[in-house]
Each structure stands twice: as structure tokens, then as C-alpha cells.
Write a protein that binds this ligand. Structure first.
Ligand code: SF4
Length: 222
């Protein structure tokens, strides 16, 4: 059973140790285009069937450090790279690491690299976290371009979905969602059947199809 926190109850500064489970440059399964993916360590949602259960521990992997940050920035400079992906674990319970990197990326690349994030929180929950005093949550959300939101629900699993593992999850355009104060589906979502209904917005059909099955298979190789 997925855990659902009361707003403000889980706080990054209390649970995160600044660890990362993995870093993968030049991947094509963690969002649109060629990407550099950082997997932060630690998640409290406890989804049954999680694709990366090893990263539930906040001490899994190794500490994030200057050396890794510089490597990520060098990799992002490659002309073929479209952007950075933050996943885990739970990025919104590792905001110190994610915000530090996000600030460096925006400082160096501006908006020429997009930033995607996978979170067990829904967009609405993240707004509620911010309203409950978690300024770090709003700061990270504000820096994203695309958010794949919500926990993985095994009873709603659909391995044919692009970018998502279960039909409750949505691929959201974060700037548009923040401006509207409601979830707006990212225009590039190619397979957003449930998201369309959930978020009340109309996706177009442009993006490459990368399914949860692809990501599960890749994680199995790590
Ligand atoms: S939110 Fe993501 S990382 Fe956390 S348990 Fe669920 S699927 Fe796994």
C-alpha cells in the first residue's frame, strides 16, 4: 500500500543524507531525447512493484559531490543532449541535491537544456507541501519543465504507457501547470489516455514511446 503523507510531514532536510544511487549520461529512456539522469537516494512512498527499490534507502549509493556535479555539467554540454532528468528515489525528499544541481544547470545553460523529474507526489500534493511551509518543494517544482507525477500503483500498471508505469501517473507541463494552478498535460505526451481525463487537458501525439517496461528492463541491468 502506497504511503500518503500529510502535507509537510515528510521533510527533505530531515530524511535526506545527500546520497545518489546512480548517474547515467546519454540515456534515452528517462524522458524526451538524449538525457543525463541523476538518481537520488531515498524514498518513503513504498510503492509495490517499484522499479528501483534499492534506492528507497537514504544511504544507498554514494554522497553527491562536486566531482559528480562537474561531470554532469560537462555531459550536459554535449550538443546531442536535450536535458537533465531527476529521479530516484524521490527528488522532492532530496531537494538539497536537486536544487544545487538545478541552479548550476540553469546558470550554465539557461533554458537550452530542459529538466524532467519523476516524483511519487502528485502536482496537487506538491502545491500542498509548499502551502505547508516546504519552500524547497516549490523551488524545485518551479525549476522543472516536465513532471511525471504520482506513485506507481501496481493495480493500475500499464506497460504500454510512454514515460509512465501506471495509469494514475501524468506527464505534466510544469510552467503551464503552475501558471494555471492545475495540472496541464505536457503537449508532447504520446500516450496520456488517463492523464487526459485526470488533468482535463488535451495532449498531442508527438513524443517517442518509452515505457515503464523499458525502464524496468534497464534498471535490471544496472
Ligand atoms: S515513488 Fe517512485 S521511487 Fe518511490 S517507491 Fe514509488 S515508484 Fe519507487
Amino acid at each position: 500500500m502506497v504511503r500518503v503523507p500529510e502535507p509537510g510531514r515528510w521533510r527533505s532536510e530531515k530524511v535526506s543524507h545527500g546520497y545518489v544511487a546512480d548517474y547515467k549520461p546519454f540515456v534515452m529512456v528517462d524522458g524526451q531525447g538524449v538525457r543525463c539522469s541523476l538518481y537520488v537516494s531515498g524514498c518513503l512512498f513504498g510503492c509495490e512493484g517499484c522499479y528501483n527499490e534499492a534506492a528507497w534507502s537514504f544511504r544507498y549509493g554514494r554522497p553527491y559531490d562536486d566531482e559528480l556535479e562537474e561531470r554532469i555539467l560537462v555531459d550536459l554540454a554535449h550538443e546531442a543532449v536535450q536535458g537533465l532528468t531527476l529521479m530516484g528515489g524521490e527528488p522532492f525528499l532530496n531537494t538539497r541535491v536537486c536544487l544545487r544541481l538545478l541552479h548550476r544547470v540553469r546558470e550554465r545553460f539557461g533554458r537550452s537544456r530542459d529538466v524532467w523529474c519523476w516524483s511519487g507526489y502528485t502536482f496537487e500534493q506538491l502545491l500542498a507541501e509548499g502551502a505547508a511551509g516546504r519552500a524547497d518543494t516549490l523551488a524545485l517544482l518551479d525549476g522543472l519543465d516536465v513532471l511525471v507525477d504520482g506513485p506507481f500503483l501496481i493495480e493500475r500498471r500499464d506497460l504500454s504507457l510512454a514515460f509512465r508505469g501506471s495509469t494514475n501517473q501524468r506527464v505534466l507541463d510544469v510552467p503551464a501547470s503552475l501558471a494555471a494552478r492545475r495540472p496541464i498535460v505536457w503537449a508532447g505526451a504520446s500516450d496520456a489516455r488517463r492523464s487526459d481525463a485526470d488533468a482535463g487537458s488535451s495532449p498531442s501525439d508527438l513524443a517517442p514511446t518509452v515505457s515503464h517496461a523499458d525502464r524496468v528492463a534497464r534498471r535490471a541491468l544496472l
